[in-house]
Design a protein around this ligand. Structure first.
Ligand SMILES: Cc1cc2nc3c(=O)[nH]c(=O)nc-3n(C[C@H](O)[C@H](O)[C@H](O)COP(=O)(O)OP(=O)(O)OC[C@H]3O[C@@H](n4cnc5c(N)ncnc54)[C@H](O)[C@@H]3O)c2cc1C
Ligand code: SF4
Length: 489
């Protein structure tokens, strides 16, 4: 611990400032000002108390060695810092930007002061390492001659592939989309994470020997039988792709779309795909539209920020749950991840958040949505009940459904492989992330249910260790977690 009094000298968290809203709405770049001073970061890192029991570890599924790299950053030993960070996390540039930081929610300092700015230290460590040229290919010491297929190139698939390649296996990542990255690429908007960071990491992985095959739908372009024949082991990392729908009257009107129909188009425009009209807008867009987003979570917030950047006339974001409390709720005491009201960068940019509201039907003219009818709800005995007399109509000409995902796509690859499912309809796995089919492993949202990037990476690492053991009888790869579903946590 570099400075035993750091947390007394620097009592406040300091983070990079976000660019002014009118300015950032004019582009798609990340919302933060660049060039956060290293002196400020070192002062922030010095706030870490190097706790006897570092509860931050408890919050992080990856088991990131947080006090160690806080100390190394404070001392200016950046090279050792990134080595300690990479020891547990393949992609700190993703989690450092996108993680909701359960580590910070469990930080001991957070009991009576602002928690340590763990996530900021993480992202600065990795960016500094890339700038310094320290992130170079890591080659295996020997090749095993075994072939592994990874299906899906989101964070779970990428983490599994990198670990297995470094263990000496010949790894091919199949991705049905035309580009690598999963939801990092086509779900999460550019203003949350610029896609160049995925390309930069994929280049490192290619140099290490991982083979990427985009535009290959496994189950169609390669059958399940061919996959088993050609590879010694398979890691399924296809995500949770079936979106929850809202089957109320009027759902079939034009102008009502799933978030994952809307967001990828916008990401494609930023990537230069020729899918725009004369105004530079994608086929589904929010320009001059009254937008209603149904779903108050992160995906909804991504639709909100995207709608504002496209020039929406107005945006409402509906949430069926009540507005969370401003402070930690009693039901989620420290060190658990707190239920509380959060304002993301997209929320700062405008729009109206409407809580305790349920959509009853969509209304329209000439086959197009023009509005929706809704009412307020309250929770009675664990069920939402309508509050009589609260009906209202809201005009809308674009409705985006952002209500989460129900599980993986079963017809095709999964059915052909014959894997089993758990009670929630996700791919069932044992304590080694192996499905009911020997030699076929599963990691990330496909087995866990819709979750977070940090969990996807942790599962990818653990599934890789299990697959390596399956192939070699033993493994030196780390295995940070045992399988859980989101409901079990
Ligand atoms: C809009 C949105 C925003 C989010 N924002 C955040 C955030 O800010 N922070 C956070 O921590 N989490 C966020 N999440 C959640 C996070 O993105 C996921 O938990 C994570 O990406 C899951 O990783 P994964 O690798 O399991 O699957 P995915 O990222 O979903 O990747 C699965 C990939 O598998 C491919 N695939 C599926 N089937 C096949 C097949 N048969 N053949 C070939 N390829 C196939 C899919 O095309 C996809 O590219 C967000 C989710 C969404 C939808
Ligand atoms: S809990 Fe907070 S203060 Fe303690 S070691 Fe972890 S980051 Fe440092």
């Amino acid at each position: 611990m570099g400075d035993a009094q750091g947390f007394l000298k620097h009592t406040k968290r300091e983070l990079p400032t976000r660019r002014p809203v009118p300015l950032r709405l004019m582009d798609w770049k990340e919302v933060y000002e660049e060039n956060f001073s290293q002196d400020t970061l070192r002062a922030q890192a010095s706030r870490c108390m190097d706790c006897g029991i570092p509860f931050c570890h408890n919050g992080c599924p990856l088991g990131n060695l947080i006090p160690e790299w806080n100390d190394l950053v404070y001392k200016g030993r950046w090279r050792e810092g990134i080595d300690r960070l990479h020891a547990t996390n393949n992609f700190p540039e993703f989690t450092g930007r996108l993680c909701p930081a359960p580590c910070e929610s469990s930080c001991v300092l957070g009991i009576n002061q602002d928690a340590v700015t763990i996530k900021q230290v993480e992202v600065e460590l990795i960016e500094n390492a890339f700038d310094a040229g320290w992130v170079t290919p890591v080659y295996p010491t020997r090749l095993t001659g075994k072939k592994v297929a990874v299906v899906g190139s989101g964070p779970a698939g990428l983490a599994a592939a990198q670990q297995l390649t470094r263990a000496g296996h010949t790894v091919t990542v199949f991705e049905r989309a035309d580009r690598i990255g999963g939801l990092l690429r086509y779900g999460i908007p550019e203003f949350k994470m610029e896609k160049r960071f995925i390309d930069r990491r994929v280049a490192q992985m290619q140099a290490e020997g991982t083979i990427f095959k985009a535009g290959v739908n496994v189950g169609e372009d390669i059958t399940a039988a061919q996959l088993r024949e050609r590879f010694d082991a398979v890691v399924l990392a296809g995500g949770s792709t079936i979106a929850r729908d809202l089957p109320v009257p009027g759902r079939d009107l034009d102008g009502i779309h799933q978030a994952m129909e809307f967001l990828p188009l916008s990401n494609r425009v930023q990537l230069g795909d020729p899918i725009t009209d004369a105004d530079g807008l994608p086929p589904i867009h929010a320009r001059d539209k009254k937008v209603v987003i149904i779903g108050g979570g992160d995906t909804g917030a991504d639709c909100l920020g995207t709608s504002h950047r496209q020039g929406a006339a107005s945006v409402h974001q509906f949430e069926i749950m009540p507005r969370p409390p401003e402070q930690r709720a009693d039901s989620t005491p420290w060190p658990t991840y707190p239920l509380m009201y959060r304002v993301s960068s997209a929320h700062e940019e405008g729009g109206e958040r409407v809580y305790s509201v349920n959509t009853e039907r969509f209304v329209g003219e000439d086959g197009k949505v023009t509005g929706l009818q809704a009412h307020e709800v309250q929770m009675v005995n664990g069920r939402f009940e309508k509050i009589e007399g609260t009906d209202f109509t809201l005009e809308a000409d674009l409705v985006l459904l952002a209500m989460g995902f129900t599980g993986p796509q079963k017809p095709g690859l999964l059915e052909d492989l014959g894997v089993g499912y758990d009670q929630r309809g996700n791919v069932k796995r044992d304590k080694d992330f192996q499905t009911t089919v020997p030699g076929v492993f599963v990691a990330g949202d496909m087995g866990r249910g819709q979750s977070l990037i940090v969990w996807a990476i942790a599962e990818g690492r653990s599934a890789a260790a299990a697959a390596d053991r399956f192939l070699e009888g033993e493994s030196a790869l780390p295995s940070p977690i045992v399988p859980t579903t989101v409901a079990q946590r």
